[in-house]
Design a protein around this ligand. Sequence first.
Ligand SMILES: Cc1cc2nc3c(=O)[nH]c(=O)nc-3n(C[C@H](O)[C@H](O)[C@H](O)COP(=O)(O)O)c2cc1C
Length: 215
Amino acid sequence: MTADTTPDFLTALRRRYATKQFDAAKSIPADTWRALEESLVLTPSSFGLQPWKFIVVTHPDLRTQLREVSWNQPQCTDASHFVVLAARDGLEQADIDRWIHRMTTVQGGSPADAAPLQSMIEGFVSSMTREQRHAWNVKQVYIALGQLMTTAAIAGVDSCPMEGIDPAAYDRILGLDGSGYATAVACALGYRSANDKYASTPKARFPHEEVVMHL
Ligand SMILES: Cc1cc2nc3c(=O)[nH]c(=O)nc-3n(C[C@H](O)[C@H](O)[C@H](O)COP(=O)(O)O)c2cc1C
């Protein structure tokens, strides 16, 4: 008999599925949740700009209101935790200055040392319209979504990424209007209900050989 050499991360990813029904009685332990928040904070972003806010919605009334503008999807109210991932809706000089200041504070060096990087970022950002910057920021937010779901799966926590939401209504309900950040996507996290038939649905993926090319 040969030993199972499947990496643990692959076992976790095969177990992960977009959870439709959460067990509302089960909560993610506080230390696990804190670690999952940290996985959001550690997400990489282009130039390191971190153009996002992650809003953990705990208040039951807010979660009920969000469900009403999410096609009544039960994950909004039944999951242990519900995160709204918001993207910076533009990207201004002040954002770049703040990032350079943070980077030099943490990593050492003076703003003068960082001047070449700063002007490269400024050149890149100024070549885009406001809408393009927002779209670029949304791409970064989706990296955070992927990282959150993957780390959750490794931690044995179930999740459901959610685009079936009304982002403008979310912004209104969460008070994001005028904040400089706009809802991009949401993610419910917790533990699957024993009744969720989707947990045992086989993964429908195109064959590995069709998807991955080796040149
Ligand atoms: C960005 C994104 C948004 C999604 N939005 C929803 C959603 O609103 N509601 C839902 O039940 N599933 C949603 N899904 C789940 C997908 O339908 C699901 O991931 C896909 O069918 C693959 O199935 P699996 O994740 O169970 O392997 C979303 C997935 C992604 C990646």
